[in-house]
Design a protein around this ligand. Sequence first.
Ligand SMILES: Nc1nc2c(ncn2[C@@H]2O[C@H](COP(=O)(O)OP(=O)(O)OP(=O)(O)O)[C@@H](O)[C@H]2O)c(=O)[nH]1
Ligand SMILES: [Mg+2]
Length: 661
Amino acid sequence: MSTLNLGILAHVDAGKTTLTERLLYAAGVIDEVGSVDHGSTQTDSLALERQRGITIKSAVVSFVVDGVTVNLIDTPGHPDFIAEVERVLSVLDGAVLVVSAVEGVQTQTRLLMRTLQRLRIPTLLFVNKLDRGGADADRVLEGIAERLTPAIVAMGSAGGLGTRGARFTPYDAADAGFTSRLVELLADHDDALLADWVGDQAAVPYRRLRAELAAQSRRALVHPVFFGSAITGAGVEELIAGIGELLPAAGGDAGGPVSGTVFKVERGPAGEKIAYVRMFSGTVRVRDRLRFGWGKQGKVTAIGVFERGSAGRRDAVAAGQIGKLWGLGDIRIGDPVGVAPAARAERQFAPPTLETVVVPCRPADKGALHLALARLAEQDPLINLRQDDLRQEISVSLYGEVQKEVIQATLADDFGVEVEFRESTTICIERPVGTGAAAEAIGEPSNPFLATVGLRVEPAPVGSGVEFRLEVELGSMPYAFFKAVEDTVRETLRQGIHGWEVTDCTVAMTHSGYLGKHGLGHQYFNKSMSSTGEDFRGLTPLVVMSALRRAGTVVCEPVHRFRLDLPADTLGAVLPLLGRLGAVPRTPVARGSWYLLEGELPAARVHQLQQQLPAPTRGEGVLESAFDHYRPVRGPVPARPRTDHNPLDRKAYLLHLLRRV
Ligand SMILES: Nc1nc2c(ncn2[C@@H]2O[C@H](COP(=O)(O)OP(=O)(O)OP(=O)(O)O)[C@@H](O)[C@H]2O)c(=O)[nH]1
Ligand SMILES: [Mg+2]
């Protein structure tokens, strides 16, 4: 049986979880439709999700349609949990992007669609909530064409809008408007089709149009749009048929080399680690010794495979399927299993832009807090646990206030640790502004290490991260020493001149040298006179930081792009507020008695704007915002306290190393 791994994505509250429930019901997996509002759905299974009525973690369920096992991954829509969406993107064969027929396309919808398109993930659209007052199918379809992609086609018409009787009626061959829209859409990627159609319409059978529509949808070139209501079930049968017809099943050879990706990690009832893996090739069996991550190994003690509902115990998981693996204690999110898949592991969304110090209410809980946060970081590495050894504090990175509340509640409920947070601060970055080089050689009086390291730091394009490059012969030193230098460079650059992570730069190694067994003319191996990895790890921070100081860095803060809908008469009161918060608005666009105002706003001010907006807009202003880019900080440069012994202070750094020995 083939498999289709299908993500359900949308902005918050669009109805993903309700739709998931409906799909399971329509496929006969559940006998009763659960409700988000009563906390009884299959995929919002965490206590916190049920209490709050929002999805926090991605969850997998499955059903069978026309002989295909569909693994549905219900994702959270709140921007604070975007990391959960990011982690599943690399395992999807297709997606359904849900848009509310009332709220329409949102900033988050655009962000998701752009990403799905960039990754070429075949995507169907589902316009939900036809039954709700204010539903407007035509306006939303226009919004999709304008703000998401013009490569769409409505697969039917919506009627009875705003009532429980709202329905979706699929078009068919008899619908001339539909067939000509299909030809127009498909002709962009199929010249022959247009020529044949113009020659003789009758010679182009409807079957051919449907086949071409399926082919182009499966290549993510076009996006069919369905309509319905997850609450009443309208349009859901048609969506299921569309999923079967228009999205591609997983490929992969079950007999090939093992290759998969871990996209989720959780702990079972006994605290055992469970890894969710999407298999791209090969078969993993119980008791197999498995390679994963980079150089790790372990024995698989049990396997669960998603089939007809939840995961059942199986002996093996094969190409295309999603399995839960037990027994791999060191496994982490993002680890490849077996041969690394040629997949898309890189970052798709902006990293968290806030951080906050977590303080246990009972000082005695410090140890327990660290363990608990380490557990949370297993499931969400982006919280980027930072232990400040100097101040004995722990901080985490965050997307926003909702995530903060969720962490607080999880620590209390699951780990019995009550915590408070200091005020969140913005996470800045540092980018080098020029080129700087430094080198220290073995034997120089100021260099206490048996290592020669020369490094040059220079700016690289925005978004490129840190690239490490060799400008010395790879054969000139044992590989382990190069690796020690590279790892240490990356580690050291996590805190730049002002304490922020340094990025968008290239670090070239320009000098290298070590003392081997026969160094310094010694005839016999003298251990005390041969270099070790520790020498390179000790020297590199000094060299890279002095090169960085010569290059100079600029501190950049995260900036959001915002979109503000305002009653026209409130614009005059909102503009000064935006000014005070450091926003740069563009020219307002009038839309009837409303203004649409777009612009940029420092991430640090988004929360304040959200809180202060209701007063001048009588509670009617609607703000959407999403991270856009980093820009140099204007005004005083914020510094972040270091958590290590600063290699910029050579003496303190060396004394610290000495004390450690
Ligand atoms: N009237 C109506 N309400 C709906 C429909 N679909 C969902 N809802 C309601 O909308 C709210 C949000 O639904 P969810 O299914 O939790 O939405 P979601 O997209 O999963 O939300 P997050 O996971 O938190 O992003 C709930 O109160 C649902 O009952 C629909 O088709 N019609
Ligand atoms: Mg949900």
